[in-house]
Design a protein around this ligand. Structure first.
Ligand code: SF4
Length: 488
């Protein structure tokens, strides 16, 4: 079988993706295209419960088996089938949920997203094409997705958690387009010579393409696509106008702040330090300083009351407390991973941070949003939590304002760039030297594993999670130290 739902969607993004995947797979890069983590309860499984009793077509690597099982299930006059599988002219698809009423069908595509994106419409249009081409009387097509406004309160209310959107008119109107796309894709794939498709915004949307490095291999080493913060459409516009290299860009109408970044890199400029502004920032701090960093997880299906889908839920924090003599004390919290630990975390936090303290976070919007959320949950802790909220300062500010800038930051003020730029050769500040957990997404993945482990394995994972988060706030202590040194 030639095409599937996912392959068709890739072809919609760029047909060369499928061609390279077939003829030059060795140049493909690993890309994590998971936009949001889907942990805990599976969205697809839960959505099926909206329909009551159903027949499930079990996955089989032999797709013909799934197709014949579907045929068997469809002998019923009225039925609901999940993963109902079909093939038409070598185009295969499994429909998430198919409802049969007499000779009429309704199809449902389930998405764990909180909105209906264009690529989902392509996906279901392809399925509609396959089914209707087989002569099935598909009356309606729907996309079921997550309602981001839903807040859990007691048992899950599936009819409120999910939104069902009727997309019948859209899929009907796209049928010819799908047919033409499939035809064109098959022609592409049967041709052994590499298609002549240039890079552009399609390389990044709807998904980052794993062949971008290959397709952009002839660009200058430093080029417009490397510029941090510049809007993608702008990058493509420059590229299409032949303004590609850093040398081209510096003579273009690019905004000054980007030209500044290029100037630093092209001319190997020394660090820029605006002592006055850095001093102004440091003067807003008072000792002891509480360097704070949270780790959080997101889940599509809220496990506890007061949680919305994909909300950031804290499960861990690290706190370095620095006095005016440079003495440092470390405190931390890591949830057990079993049950709701939000209140336990909030209690420990107010115990660790007295009222009217000076608290530092790097990119404080995140820490503030977590604290505000906890304050909204617990009336009795709210006053103290909001006091912490009001006293947070942002260590990112001097870097965001470019009061301290070095060419190694490559135009970014994210701590991922700032830290190695300030401490290029310090193994104690290198996240690569950690075991198991190296970034926030690995930390949240690890959190979900805690409840499944025990004994030594559990201990080892917890220890590595703690080390990771500790490094986050230790890094802040060191970044602040650099700022203090810079004005001496
Ligand atoms: S990098 Fe761009 S041009 Fe190359 S295959 Fe991917 S989407 Fe197509």
């Amino acid at each position: 079988m030639n095409l599937s739902k996912s392959k068709y969607c890739q072809a919609v993004q760029c047909k060369k993706i499928l061609w390279l995947d077939k003829y030059k797979r060795e140049v493909k890069e690993e890309i994590d295209n998971k936009s949001v983590l889907e942990n805990g309860t599976n969205v697809g499984e839960l959505a099926k419960r909206l329909f009551g009793k159903y027949v499930d077509i079990e996955y089989n690597s032999d797709l013909n088996k799934m197709i014949s099982d579907t045929k068997e299930a469809l002998k019923e006059k009225n039925t609901i089938i999940t993963e109902a599988s079909f093939v038409y002219d070598n185009n295969f698809c499994s429909v998430d949920i198919l409802k049969k009423e007499n000779d009429e069908y309704m199809m449902y595509e389930v998405k764990s997203s909180t909105h209906v994106s264009d690529i989902y419409l392509e996906d279901i249009s392809y399925q509609y094409y396959v089914l209707t081409s087989l002569g099935m009387n598909v009356k309606k097509a729907f996309i079921i997705y997550i309602n981001s406004d839903y807040v859990r309160n007691g048992d899950l209310e599936l009819d409120k958690l999910f939104i069902t959107k009727d997309v019948t008119e859209i899929v009907e109107s796209k049928k010819r387009e799908v047919e033409a796309n499939i035809k064109e894709t098959k022609e592409f794939l049967s041709n052994k010579s590499e298609p002549n498709i240039d890079i552009g915004s399609h390389c990044f949307s709807p998904y980052d393409c794993p062949f971008f490095k290959y397709c952009s291999r002839n660009l200058p080493e430093k080029n417009v696509f490397d510029l941090k913060g510049l809007n993608l459409n702008k990058k493509v516009e420059f590229y299409n106008n032949g303004i590609v290299s850093y040398e081209d860009l510096i003579n273009s109408n690019l905004a000054d702040k980007y030209k500044d970044v290029i100037d630093f890199e092209l001319n190997g400029k020394k660090d820029k330090v605006n002592k006055k502004m850095i001093k102004n920032f440091l003067d807003t701090l008072s000792y002891p300083i509480y360097h704070l960093d949270f780790e959080s997880y997101q889940e599509a299906i809220p496990s506890y009351d007061g949680i919305r889908p994909y909300m950031q839920i804290p499960f861990q924090y690290s706190l370095h407390i620095e006095d005016k003599n440079g003495n440092i004390e470390h405190k931390e919290f890591l949830a057990s991973g079993t049950g709701d630990s939000r209140r336990e975390l909030a209690l420990k936090l107010i115990n660790d941070i007295p009222k009217n303290s000076c608290i530092l976070a790097y990119n404080m919007a995140f820490e503030k949003s977590i604290i505000k959320y906890l304050a909204s949950l617990y009336d009795d802790l709210s006053e103290h939590l909001m006091n912490i909220y009001d006293n947070i300062r942002d260590l990112m500010i001097p870097f965001k304002n470019r009061d301290y800038y070095s060419k190694e930051m490559h135009g970014s003020y994210s701590i991922k760039y700032v830290l190695p730029a300030l401490y290029p050769d310090d193994p104690d500040l290198d996240y690569h030297n950690l075991d198991m957990v190296h970034n926030g997404s690995e930390a949240s993945d690890s959190y979900f594993k805690l409840s499944m482990l025990e004994g030594k394995e559990l201990e080892e994972l917890r220890e590595n999670m703690l080390k990771y988060c500790e490094l986050d706030t230790y890094a802040m202590v060191k970044v602040l130290e650099k700022l203090k040194d810079s004005i001496k």
